[in-house]
Design a protein around this ligand. Structure first.
Ligand SMILES: Nc1ncnc2c1ncn2[C@@H]1O[C@H](COP(=O)(O)OP(=O)(O)OP(=O)(O)O)[C@@H](O)[C@H]1O
Ligand SMILES: [Mg+2]
Length: 540
């Protein structure tokens, strides 16, 4: 694959640097020029569909990276997720598919309406957006810095790989898709309510029970990373988001994730110095570093304590000395857990598995499990109730069928002839009506004997003249028992009419009847039955 050679980057060695404070102007981390929103590079923007033949390699699936003006889908998911490799066409652009001229708007601007800025970190700005195609709300992270070279670009694209990898985990952010354009990376993901940092600033005093739940959520997320030999290296309140349910905590920002096996290599970059484990200063990157960061983040959350980014308190906290005036606010049980997570010696810190087996966390997990079981049970109960109801209805119709079969054997019932009426659209002019409208032929007899006579369709219909059925409204057939609609007329009249030889051989499909729904009504009602009971005439 021919790779596009970008202009030589202005490289800076920003490795092993402490971050003073994330996301604000005081940060001493290298801060790229601010993203100006709409880029003035002009030209055209195209959406490249890399579906199907896309192969996931280390640089993602961005094939033919020959023009940074073209929006390329980025995905490491492989062929089993073909959608991930495809960028949806902009809903606004109704044009020839072969054309690539979308004006000077970026794919982001064509597809999304920018609503608000949600946050900003060292690498990107995150916006709340509305997808123009489905009207739903999402978060889109746009990298602040232009790709300075292939290596830099590859590092940024690694974040996509990690987001995709953990997208299915309940305690990780759900990832939608990513693309690059104008030498920037765009990542579309689920919209969360707020970060834990924002939550803490808003609530200040968080109940301890809630702290335990947050710890449980984050340990689960961290375990899924550690089980794959990956370390996050940027665990902090700002990188934990609260989901739409206002409850679940989700780990985000996989920008610094590295493989443990490569942890001491040049690829590792330390995260925020406020949360950094002491051994990182010696270039030791391990899973225990994440445990330390999570421990100190819990201290901040539980004690509403502002963490130092350097100085004497920074060192004290890393020697295992926690300020009494803060730590005394929380229970002994939680204190012990936090202290163990913040042990100076990385080897002495508990692993995520050990922490998850803490009795308190175990109990919580069991409670959650039983809650899930109960909700699953009630869901399956509702489902099976529906199935049983459906079955009962089937049995009912089965019983009816048996009954009619029996009646047929006893020659009390003769099934209707198989010829079905053909349906043609109702004619527009009344003159052509008679010729065009199909006729449904049936002789209809009710299933319940009311008088000693045959029961005819006229029993089911309102009106005086049963020969003019086509002028009738849709019959209100509720059950098979013919009601006497011949108001004021005796049943004798009806039987006389029948004895006079007046039959109702046909029913013309007038407009109320000429639609399929009406026909269905006939089919499912007792109109299907032909002649059920023919009883002897018996004068009342
Ligand atoms: N999906 C989301 N929903 C809501 N807010 C979000 C979302 N993703 C990010 N944010 C907000 O944007 C901020 C910055 O996002 P993120 O941490 O991914 O950027 P970053 O540049 O990688 O940060 P860092 O400096 O930590 O490396 C977050 O702290 C959070 O407040
Ligand atoms: Mg962040």
């Amino acid at each position: 694959m021919e790779m596009h050679r970008l202009p030589l980057p202005e490289l800076r060695d920003d490795k092993h640097r402490h971050k003073q404070c994330n996301g604000n102007e005081n940060s001493n981390r290298f801060r790229p020029p601010k993203y100006k929103g709409r880029l003035s590079q002009g030209g055209y923007v195209a959406v490249e569909n890399n579906n199907g033949a896309n192969n996931s390699q280390s640089l993602g699936s961005c094939s033919a990276h020959n023009s940074s003006n073209i929006a390329h889908a980025i995905s490491f998911r492989g062929v089993e997720f073909p959608d991930a490799n495809t960028l949806p066409a902009s809903p606004n652009v109704q044009q020839d598919a072969s054309s690539t001229d979308f004006g000077d708007q970026s794919h982001f601007e064509l597809c999304f309406e920018r609503l608000a800025k949600l946050g900003e970190g060292s690498f990107g700005e995150v916006f709340q957006v509305r997808d123009r195609s489905d009207g739903r709300l999402y978060a889109v992270k746009i990298s602040k810095q232009l790709f300075r070279g292939e290596q830099y670009r590859a590092e940024r694209l690694e974040e996509v790989r990690r987001y995709e990898e953990f997208s299915g985990h309940e305690n990780c952010i759900r990832f939608i898709r990513a693309w690059e354009q104008y030498d920037r990376l765009y990542m579309q993901m689920e919209l969360c309510r707020e970060s834990l940092e924002q939550y803490l600033l808003r609530c200040q005093q968080i109940p301890e029970e809630r702290i335990w739940h947050i710890l449980l959520d984050l340990l689960r997320a961290l375990k899924s990373l550690h089980d794959r030999n990956l370390i996050h290296l940027d665990i902090k309140l700002d990188n934990v988001l609260i989901g739409e349910d206002d409850e679940t905590c989700k780990l985000a920002d996989f920008g610094l994730v590295i493989d443990v096996d490569r942890a001491n290599s040049q690829h590792a970059t330390e995260g925020d110095s406020r949360y950094m484990a002491p051994e990182i200063l010696q270039g030791q990157f391990s899973k225990a570093a994440d445990v330390f960061s999570l421990g100190i983040a819990m201290l901040e959350l539980a004690c509403y304590m502002e963490l130092p980014s350097n100085g004497p308190l920074w060192h004290e906290l890393r020697r295992g000395i926690l300020p009494e005036e803060f730590i005394d606010k929380i229970s002994q049980e939680l204190q012990l857990v936090i202290k163990s997570m913040m042990m100076p010696d990385p080897a002495a810190r508990p692993t995520t598995d050990t922490l998850l087996s803490h009795p308190k966390l175990q109990r919580m997990q069991e409670n959650q499990k039983s809650l899930i079981t109960v909700s699953n049970l009630s869901r399956s109960f509702r489902k099976s109730r529906r199935v049983v109801y459906g079955k009962v209805c089937n049995w009912k119709s089965f019983a009816y069928r048996c009954l009619f079969y029996l009646l047929e054997i006893l020659h009390l019932y003769k099934p209707i002839s198989p010829s079905q009426p053909t349906i043609t659209p109702a004619p527009s002019s009344p003159t052509t009506f008679l010729a065009a409208v199909p006729r449904v032929e049936f002789q209809l007899v009710g299933s319940t004997p009311i008088t000693n006579r045959d029961c005819y369709a006229s029993d089911f219909l309102t009106g005086d003249d049963e020969l003019e059925l086509s002028k009738q409204e849709t019959p209100h057939v509720i059950n098979s028992t013919p009601l006497n609609h011949n108001q004021g007329k005796s049943r004798l009249d009806s039987s006389r009419r029948s004895s006079l030889g007046k039959t109702i051989p046909t029913l013309e499909l007038d407009s109320p009847y000429s639609n399929v729904a009406s026909l269905k009504l006939f089919e499912t009602s007792s109109f299907r039955r032909k002649k059920l009971f023919v009883l002897d005439y018996d004068d009342e």
